[in-house]
Design a protein around this ligand. Structure first.
Ligand code: ADP
Ligand code: MG
Length: 350
């Protein structure tokens, strides 16, 4: 059995069936994100793991112990919320010591643990400050230290970065991940931000409507989405309806334009299938190393600095294409005709 095992969890609030059937086996030391749109049940799953909600069905095991019926403080979990939720009338040090005091840890060990935790989050000198004297990012690090101080077996993070400024948010991603790895603590991280989930996690669970649509590594989720929902929710995707002309060779037409997908298709001749391309999979211009050349009309150019996003019309559909900025190559003109080169294997089947 895995270190943290969620087995067929369900949760209803009255008639509202919020978590339908949720299972995952999380290994010790693993960092798993729950990613999905607002309202899909992420927080509810996390709160069930923490013991703040009782499942309507299913069970939760932590380190071989069934904790389904236990209270939060009996589960050896630590939790961090979006809103920091620090005690405003306690100093940073007292906040971090809080869980230890409740657990009856003696003064000397408490002080040592607080010092260790403040050191871990890089705020060793700020123990005597009050929360209002700290920035949002510092407050969230204190919340993390408070959650970690009692040495929980599982760390639960509910959108801990969502309330922070963009720059801090990105730097805290790295910092949280580094601390998590250093402690080797099994972690569930809830977010609606796909970049956060992809960049921080060992595995990502993409959720919709109270279920896990797909569980996989960031690479798998991005490059081999299991459902149309996952494909559409994670990253930008150009989707086309393709008509199969020869399933054996993967030949299709896109709006009358013939192309080969270079793999056998599990569809009948004449059937319509969904195919898709990521914006970074295509090249502007004719690239001899790529099998497919699509005629395009440039409809918009967004210069973002490192990346230039070019929007075009391809086979009657909007097509977003990302190119890297180059000092000596100005972006193409809007309204111009262009060719877009794509490798046959770059198409994702939906
Ligand atoms: P997420 O975190 O993915 O945004 P939540 O788990 O918070 O989603 O909520 C999922 C659904 O459950 C929402 O429709 C929400 O209104 C409902 N819900 C969550 N908590 C409660 C509650 N305590 N009572 C009633 N409905 C709830
Ligand atoms: Mg939530």
């Amino acid at each position: 059995m895995a270190f943290l095992d969620l087995s067929n969890l369900q949760k209803s609030f009255g008639q509202n069936h919020v978590v339908k059937d949720f299972s995952i086996a999380v290994e010790q030391g693993e960092f798993v994100s729950l990613l999905g749109p607002s309202g899909c049940g992420k927080t509810t799953v996390l709160r069930m793991v923490g013991g703040f909600e009782t499942p309507s069905a299913g069970s939760i095991t932590i380190d071989g112990r069934d904790v389904t019926g236990l209270r939060p403080n009996q589960r050896a979990i630590g939790m961090v919320f979006q809103s920091y939720a620090l005690f405003p009338n306690l100093t940073v040090g007292q906040n971090v010591a809080f869980g230890l005091k409740v657990a009856g840890v003696g003064r000397a060990e408490r002080d040592a643990r607080v010092a260790e935790m403040l050191d871990l989050i890089g705020l060793a000198d700020l123990g005597a400050r009050y929360p209002f004297q700290l920035s949002g990012g510092q407050q969230q690090r204190v919340a993390l230290a408070r959650a970690l101080a009692p040495r929980p077996k599982v760390l639960l993070l509910d959108e801990p970065l969502s309330a922070l400024d963009a720059k801090i948010r990105v730097s805290l991603r790295t910092e949280i991940r580094a601390i998590q790895k250093r402690l080797g603590i099994t972690t569930i991280f809830v977010t609606h931000d796909q970049e956060e989930a992809l960049s921080m996690s060992d595995r990502v669970v993409v959720m919709s409507g109270g279920r896990a649509d797909q569980i996989g590594t960031p690479f798998e989720i991005y490059n081999a989405p299991a459902t149309r929902f996952v494909a559409g929710f994670v990253g930008t995707l150009n989707t086309f309806d393709a008509v199969v002309t020869d399933p054996a060779t993967g030949s299709v037409t896109l709006n009358g334009l013939p192309l080969a997908l270079d793999r056998p298709l599990d569809a009948a001749k004449g059937a319509t299938i969904g195919v898709a391309l990521r914006p970074e999979a295509a090249r502007l211009g004719r690239d001899p190393s790529r099998e497919v050349v699509l005629p395009a009309t440039i409809t918009a150019v967004q210069f973002m600095g490192a990346v230039v996003r070019i929007t075009a019309e391809v086979a009657g559909r909007r097509f977003d294409l990302d190119t890297f900025n180059r000092v000596d190559t100005p972006p193409p003109a809007v309204g111009g005709e262009a060719e877009i080169s794509v490798g046959a294997r770059d198409f994702i089947l939906l």
